[in-house]
Design a protein around this ligand. Structure first.
Ligand code: PGA
Length: 225
């Protein structure tokens, strides 16, 4: 038809992203959809384990992981840093400290993401290597609920910097804990055994070239900029 003649791609792009990426990826989609008005997007969000489960069932075209499963045959396209930072309420006694040891920090009541979270996975790996144990007060299944709990003074946490809405979030501060941030990086990932649909290929190429859209936040920027 006419749309095909114009070279417009039609179909559904099925994206599955871990929760740390749900703030950033939508900023890429605006421009993409403007350029490809016939592509519809099915956007799923979950923790690392939920995305691994979806991947193993072939439910989506493309995934965004920080810690891709090690045993799956994946093609990975790393695209942006996802540093994990230590946070506290801005009126916390530590907010004015110039430096904190990891040992000191680990004594504070800690709010940790649920089992299956990639944030938790990275954090546990980091602490294990250093022989540090946390003082866990609360397990919370949401970055937002952790942010608000930290603001209310329930404890401290370590979250992706991308989960923090700077500008809007005046109640939080990043603590200068030694050895932090914990580095990680988002990758677009897909199963080697499942050929990409034309629509998914279009998105991947577009994302690889560096999209014109950059979100209006203080987070780290794409190295393709
Ligand atoms: P998650 O996000 O903590 O929601 O699993 C993970 C990640 O960035 O690996």
């Amino acid at each position: 038809d006419l749309d095909d003649l114009r070279g417009l791609k039609r179909g559904t792009l099925r994206l599955g992203v871990v929760t740390t990426a749900k703030y950033f990826i939508p900023h890429l989609l605006g421009d993409f959809c403007e350029r490809h008005p016939l592509i519809e997007i099915d956007f799923k969000v979950g923790n690392r384990q939920q995305m691994i489960d979806r991947l193993s069932q072939g439910q989506d075209d493309l995934y965004v992981f920080s810690h891709p499963p090690e045993d799956a045959p994946l093609t990975l396209h790393p695209f942006l840093d996802n540093p994990l930072v230590a946070i506290a309420a801005s009126d916390h006694p530590w907010a004015s400290r110039r430096r904190l040891t990891l040992k000191e920090f680990a004594q504070a009541p800690f709010l940790i993401r649920e089992q299956g979270s990639g944030t938790r996975y990275a954090l546990e790996k980091f602490l294990k290597r250093r022989g540090i144990k946390l003082n866990v007060r609360m397990t919370v299944e949401s970055n937002e609920a952790i942010r608000h709990s930290v603001m209310s003074g329930l404890g401290v946490s370590i979250l992706s910097r991308h989960t923090l809405a700077f500008g809007a979030d005046t109640g939080l501060t990043i603590l200068p804990v030694e050895g932090l941030p914990i580095p990680s990086q988002w990758s677009l990932a897909y199963h080697k055994g499942h050929p990409l649909s034309p629509v998914a290929r279009t998105f991947l190429q577009w994302a690889e070239q560096g999209s014109p859209a950059q979100p209006g936040r203080d987070g780290p920027r794409s190295d393709t900029e």
